[in-house]
Design a protein around this ligand. Structure first.
Ligand SMILES: Nc1ncnc2c1ncn2[C@@H]1O[C@H](COP(=O)(O)OP(=O)(O)OP(=O)(O)O)[C@@H](O)[C@H]1O
Ligand SMILES: [Mg+2]
Length: 133
């Protein structure tokens, strides 16, 4: 994997920066039109989750280049409180805060691959991929 970059998430401005960096990398890769919005929105949702539910964390952006198959790989990592019931958190409309509860299911729906790994007291890692068509 090449073109790795890291964005520390510690403020609302960092969420915007991660969104913009992700969009720029996707564009460089050849994504166009609504795909750029889709990728930027998914990044923005998981970055917002770091800020709202874990206070701080980081986002990694990478290019996946398997020759014939290329895409963008986004990882979000935090050492926040973790999620006690991941299956429940993935349900549309479930929120422990004041949110609509659409961030996680929305990001999963927008991306081609989505995995979430969370441990209470340890933190949360979200990994997602979008392939270039
Ligand atoms: N990084 C995280 N650390 C801890 N808990 C998280 C994290 N991300 C999500 N969660 C938990 O999963 C729930 C669902 O997340 P989701 O993004 O779908 O909704 P939300 O953030 O509450 O609201 P919305 O994103 O619609 O504004 C959250 O309410 C929170 O309890
Ligand atoms: Mg959210």
């Amino acid at each position: 994997m090449v073109h790795e970059s890291r964005v520390a998430i510690d403020s609302a401005a960092d969420v915007v920066a991660a969104r913009q960096k992700g969009r720029a990398l996707a564009m460089k890769l050849g994504f166009e039109g609504s795909d750029l919005t889709v990728i930027a929105t998914a990044i923005s949702e998981i970055a917002r989750n770091i800020l709202q539910h874990a206070e701080r964390g980081e986002i990694f952006l990478a290019v996946i280049d398997h020759g014939s198959k290329q895409g963008i790989f986004i990882t979000a990592r935090d050492e926040g409180p973790g999620i006690p019931d991941v299956a429940r958190a993935m349900q549309y409309g479930y929120s422990t805060g004041k949110g609509l509860g659409v961030g996680l299911p929305g990001a999963k729906w927008l991306m081609d691959e989505f995995t979430i790994d969370s441990k209470v007291g340890k933190g949360t890692t979200v990994a997602m991929k979008k392939w270039l068509r």
